[in-house]
Write a protein that binds this ligand. Structure first.
Ligand code: CAA
Length: 390
């Protein structure tokens, strides 16, 4: 049975900071961001957005299309969870008015957990071929102001519908995966900003890639030449390019800049203007590739590398299905990204410092432009959400 991605919908905040603005505030040459790390803009969530509203807005087009009717498993992947107990997906389940006959849990392993979710979802569909699973990756990437990680912030969510005979991409059964207990990036429960050993994290990312690829290649007998495109986890776009260069060197494949652009460029474009969104980043890359590639990718095999610090890496692959374009939300993504509002540095800093109240009082949050849902306030330690859908 072929199982894979039937629908893929991306959502990010309406607000962004241009990294030229950040560079000026930090007295850094803007090319360090634009060229050195390959990032131009970072999406900033307004005070009335959180991982729940980002996720519900990402999945809303599936609800509108009637695609959620047979979903009996909702897996919510996040690094930036909002509650130590209740799964953020349960709020999303309510906002999207999904059927009560549904399993719902939250998954965590830094930026990797959506990939674990997809593999679990494939197992679920294999046992229940007429049912579907919804995996939502939703995150807000936050580092302390003025730290090297600051320019690699961002936010976003990707809703991924897994089914039998999928319209977009079948997922191959073979995978290479790798776990090692390291401290390259982490966020203790008492912190709202991640801690990171930046340079070390880039080395661990690549080490886990090489190890995952080795297993995948042994299992499949495939070489890099068997892939038409690659999608990498994208903390910043230069990281994906460096990772691919390294994999080519390790496997003794010649790669000039033009060849690398042909294999990676379309997958990096959304991330370049939205930033890191941790668990969703590789799937933003896949969405970007499918939405923007002029060439018909039907029948083409895509190599996918998912990485979560701490660390777990996985290399897997999929084959794009005939007629996949009709199942995409490319037009909505284009509208979303073309109609955002730029923040000044001061507006960004004010939003960054706007913390969710923790004293158990009643608060109503200012209304910003959001997607179909907003985080409207908090009362007695309970989050309140508002649907803006008629
Ligand atoms: N023009 C052009 N290029 C310039 C430049 C200029 N004016 N100034 C600097 N550069 C280049 C540098 O030469 C460097 O290039 P190389 O990497 O090719 O040497 C690049 O810009 C970055 O400069 P620095 O190395 O000086 O940057 P930094 O140390 O201040 O920060 C970083 C880089 C460590 C990646 C930092 O952004 C960071 O900590 N980010 C968060 C961690 C992260 O994203 N890690 C990725 C792997 S872990 C992961 O993937 C999980 C996850 O999502 C977090």
């Amino acid at each position: 049975m072929n199982i894979g991605i039937d629908r893929l919908s991306f959502y990010t905040s309406h607000y962004y900071v241009d990294l030229k603005e950040l560079a000026q505030a930090r007295s850094v040459d803007a090319d360090k961001y634009y060229v050195g790390i390959g990032q131009e803009k970072m999406a900033i969530p307004s005070p009335d957005e959180d991982v729940v509203t980002l996720a519900a807005s990402a999945a809303y087009p599936l609800m509108q299309a009637g695609d959620l009717a047979d979903v009996e498993l909702l897996l919510f992947a996040t690094e930036s969870g909002i509650d130590q107990s209740k799964a953020a997906g349960v709020y999303v389940h309510g906002l999207l008015e999904m059927a009560p006959r549904c399993r719902c849990v939250e998954l965590k392993q830094a930026c990797y957990s959506a990939t674990a979710g997809i593999q679990l979802a494939i197992g679920f569909v294999a046992r229940n071929p007429t049912k579907k699973a919804l995996v939502i990756a939703s995150d807000i990437a936050r580092y302390e102001l003025g730290t090297p990680g600051e320019a690699t912030q961002g936010c976003g969510s990707v809703a991924i519908l897994i089914s039998a005979d999928p319209r977009i991409m079948t997922i191959d059964p073979e995978c290479g995966y790798y776990t090692e207990d390291v401290m390259d990036f982490w966020r203790p429960n008492y912190r709202s900003e991640a801690l990171v050993d930046g340079k070390y994290s880039t080395m661990v990312y690549i080490h886990a890639l090489v190890e995952s690829w080795k297993q995948y290649a042994e299992l499949t007998g495939r070489t890099l030449a068997d892939f038409d495109r690659f999608c990498y986890h994208i903390p910043f776009t230069k990281m994906a390019e460096k990772a691919h260069q390294k994999l080519c060197r390790k496997t003794k494949v010649e790669l000039d800049n033009q060849a690398m652009q042909a294999l990676l460029d379309e997958s990096l474009r959304y991330s370049r203007i939205t930033g890191n969104c941790y668990s969703g980043s590789m799937y933003v890359g896949l969405t970007s590739l499918l939405d923007l590639a002029e060439e018909d990718l039907a029948g083409k095999r895509i190599g996918l590398y998912s990485y979560g610090s701490g660390c777990v890496g996985e290399f897997f692959s999929g084959v794009i299905q005939p007629g996949y374009r009709a199942a995409l939300f490319a037009e909505q993504h284009r509208n979303l990204l073309e109609n955002r509002t730029e923040l000044t540095y001061q507006q960004y800093e004010n939003i960054f410092n706007y913390g969710v109240p923790t004293d158990g009082g009643d608060y109503v949050f200012p209304q910003y432009k959001t997607g179909a849902f907003r985080f409207s306030g908090i009362s007695q330690h309970k989050r309140e959400y508002e649907s803006l859908v008629e």
